[in-house]
Design a protein around this ligand. Structure first.
Ligand code: ATP
Ligand code: MG
Length: 695
């Protein structure tokens, strides 16, 4: 039996505010569309109008649905699953799980015995219900003025042609296919084509080096690699095919060779005459794929058959090969998309993530298409040709839901508001954030400037491993607090535990775990179930351990405080890095901050802060003092940074996350222990930082 009582108590004690700001003093609350959110405002309420039209309109409606989802998960999720097409319905058991390593192998299954296909549900089903002529994908190229689009019917045809080709070269159900493509429409097309024939796709972000690509090829032994010859990113042309050639050579040396490399000719970046070619292995996409029939029978698969394999972004070490299966993932990504963004059929949706990351899987490709949404696939860099590109795109397509990462928000903030306010942005309705905790000051800028204080922000906390949103606002349901991911999604039971694994009650902070499975939980690490259990289920037996630290405030809101390894213990005070970073970023001249702990003779650990400054601001002793002051006044003297390290740039993963493990080594001057820096976006930043260390 599922024990949910503890958790339900938290949720039931959530403050149920009457509509509008109600009993919250005016100073603390602001209502969507009525005023700017200032530092005095703890709460941002949806307007009556927004709530009235939302899928979930009030805290009490959420509570009712949430309660049902954890008391009767089988009933709750099978009702939703029934809205999809199943060739055969699942068996008696909607879910079976064991998360307790003490009771045998960790095992999670949802809708086992159910036979379906996610590509069918994304495309064929939409065509059948009358969405055939609706635009599925808008494509916006790197260069201004280059664009394209595909309706649901057209997308289905393209997917079928590629699926037929893949079958023809021998790809069968259960085979792996590596996709190394930039954000062309061919990328989601390739994912869907694999799903259609039951092949397991593994998208490798097309910014990874040939070694990283080779590692992944050796790991999953694909039948085929799908790529393109080159891509333009900003003003640069990147020769992807050269990287793939090197990756394939490297993997062959390691005993894994690939027979087919299907290459899309991306003419605007590089002509085929200028592309290096390996006869027999390399094939031009445009020469073969369009010749195949534009219909293709679906390979029906079990809900528990694998859908894809994807590596985590590597912020904390060697990336992990996360495996997701079909049925639960389908139901969960579609449902989270619908509720967290309050999606309506008239919305135009843009998520800036690349399909090389989980966000691009769940919320560029599958979640939106399962809902019949029109979404934008953007090839370029968000600051090319200049910092206003995003708003140019928003106005061009009348984007109503805009989902991005704090790193982009902070970098645009650094460039100044004039780039934003030149554009109308009238179409925007809901904003979203993912990837890292969003600092309250960045949240306010996103809210006040980008959204004209009219659009709620869904700060979605989740992971590659979780497949879909775990803690996220439902924008019409309750008040938001800048910087908090708010409450758990339906069916998710977060718990905060102490070092010993005791569940903490009420207002608290500790390690974030999840009790019980949810439909899109990952089922294993590819080829390494033992590492799966050791990393995620052994630290706190009975729970899924997220690796993140978290606190819950008096109102039951959840605040992600960063990775647990990033918590700093200064003279017995446990300080979350996110908190100190937010204090620094709230300083008007600080663009970005990354805080790590260093050994300290007296205090145990000291606080070491790397800061980047707003465009054009020089670093000085006065500025250093006022940055330190910002932390002292906002948090307290105990959190005073011991060192401010001025940084022209910070080391980031290719998905834009700050890599603190490298900063920790620089801070403690353990320069020979920097470890693997191959997943860094710009490895040169590291040398720059080292050079500035004692300045
Ligand atoms: P690796 O696991 O290899 O170190 P990673 O954790 O960065 O890489 P992802 O799965 O892409 O790989 O990222 C998930 C992590 O990102 C979460 O565990 C959390 O630390 C952070 N995160 C994502 N969204 C949010 C959010 N809205 N608020 C706070 N943190 C977030
Ligand atoms: Mg992780």
């Amino acid at each position: 039996k599922m024990t949910t009582d503890n958790h339900l108590r938290h949720v039931e004690s959530l403050p149920v505010f009457p509509s509008g700001a109600g009993n919250i003093p005016r100073l603390n609350a602001v209502i969507l569309g009525e005023a700017l959110a200032s530092e005095e405002n703890d709460y941002v309420f949806p307007s009556d109008d927004f709530s009235r039209n939302a899928h979930v309109s009030s805290p009490s409606q959420y509570l009712e649905m949430y309660k049902r989802s954890v008391e009767d998960p089988a009933g709750f999720w099978s009702e939703i699953a029934s809205e999809f097409y199943w060739e055969k319905k699942w068996g008696d058991k909607v879910c079976s799980e064991n998360l307790d390593v003490g009771k045998g192998a960790v095992n999670i299954e949802w809708f086992k015995g159910g036979i379906t296909n996610i590509c069918y549900n994304c495309l064929d089903r939409n065509v059948e219900i009358g969405n055939g002529d609706k635009v599925a994908l808008y494509w916006e190229g790197n260069d201004l003025g280059s664009d394209d689009s595909l309706t649901y019917s057209q997308l289905l045809e393209k997917v079928c042609q590629l699926a037929n080709y893949l079958k023809d070269v021998g790809v069968k159900k259960g085979d792996a296919v590596i996709i190394y493509l930039p954000m062309l429409m061919e990328l989601p097309i390739a994912m869907l084509a694999c799903a259609r024939i039951g092949a397991i796709h593994s998208v490798v972000f097309a910014g990874f080096s040939s070694e990283s690509l080779a590692q992944r090829i050796v790991d999953c032994k694909p039948k085929v690699v799908l790529t393109c010859n080159a891509v333009k990113r900003g003003a640069k042309v990147i020769g992807l095919k050269d990287i793939v050639d090197a990756g394939l050579a490297e993997s062959t040396k390691n005993g894994v060779s690939v027979d087919v490399c299907l290459t899309y000719e991306n003419q605007t970046a590089l002509k085929r005459e200028n592309t290096k070619w390996t006869q027999g292995r390399d094939i031009w996409w445009q020469d073969v794929v369009p010749k195949y029939p534009s219909t293709c029978d679906v390979e029906w698969v079990d809900a528990e058959d694998p859908l894809f394999l994807l590596y985590t972004s590597g912020s904390t070490g060697k990336p992990k090969g996360v495996l997701h299966t079909t049925g639960g993932y389908m139901v969960y990504t579609a449902t989270t998309f619908k509720y967290a963004f309050d999606y309506k059929p008239s919305d135009i949706y843009w998520c800036t993530a690349d399909c090389g990351w989980i966000t691009g899987h769940s919320y560029v490709t599958y979640g939106p298409l399962l809902n019949g949404a029109s979404c934008i696939v953007f090839e370029g860099a968000p600051t090319y040709p200049d910092a206003s590109r995003c708003w140019d795109i928003v106005d061009k397509y009348k984007v109503s839901i805009f989902y991005t990462a704090p790193t982009l928000v902070r970098s645009l903030m650094r460039e100044g508001t004039q780039h934003v306010t030149r554009y109308s942005r009238k179409s925007l309705r809901v904003l979203g954030s993912v990837g890292e905790p969003i600092n309250p000051s960045a949240w306010r800028w996103f809210f006040n400037v980008v959204g004209d204080s009219r659009c709620p922000i869904s700060d979605t906390w989740w992971q590659t491993e979780t497949g879909g949103f775990m803690i996220t606002p439902l924008p019409g349901a309750w008040a938001q607090k800048p910087g908090s991911a708010t409450y758990p999604f339906f069916g998710v039971q977060p718990v905060i535990v102490d070092e010993k694994g005791n569940e903490l009650e009420g207002e608290c902070s500790g390690y974030l775990c999840v009790k019980h499975s949810w439909p899109s939980a990952f089922r294993t690490l590819f080829g390494d179930h033992e590492r799966y259990e050791t990393t995620y289920f052994k630290p706190f037996p009975g729970y899924y351990f997220t690796g993140d630290g978290c606190s819950r405030d008096k109102d039951g809101y959840y605040w992600l405080t960063g990775r647990v390894d990033d918590v700093i213990n200064v003279s017995g005070h446990r300080i979350g890095t996110a908190e100190v970073e937010s204090a620094l970023v709230s300083h008007p001249q600080c663009a970005e901050a990354a805080v790590v702990g260093v050994e300290h003779e007296v205090k145990g650990q000291g606080i070491y802060a790397f800061v980047t400054l707003v465009e054009g601001v020089p670093y000085s002793e006065d500025l250093r003092k006022s940055l330190v002051m910002a932390v002292r006044t906002q948090i307290g003297a105990f959190a005073t940074p011991d060192k401010i390290h001025w940084a022209p740039g910070l080391p980031k993963t290719r998905s834009g996350k700050i890599m603190r493990r490298i900063l920790r080594k620089i801070a403690s001057r353990q320069l020979d222990e920097l470890g693997d820096i191959s997943t860094l976006a710009e490895p040169a930043v590291v040398d720059q930082l080292i050079a500035l260390a004692d300045k």
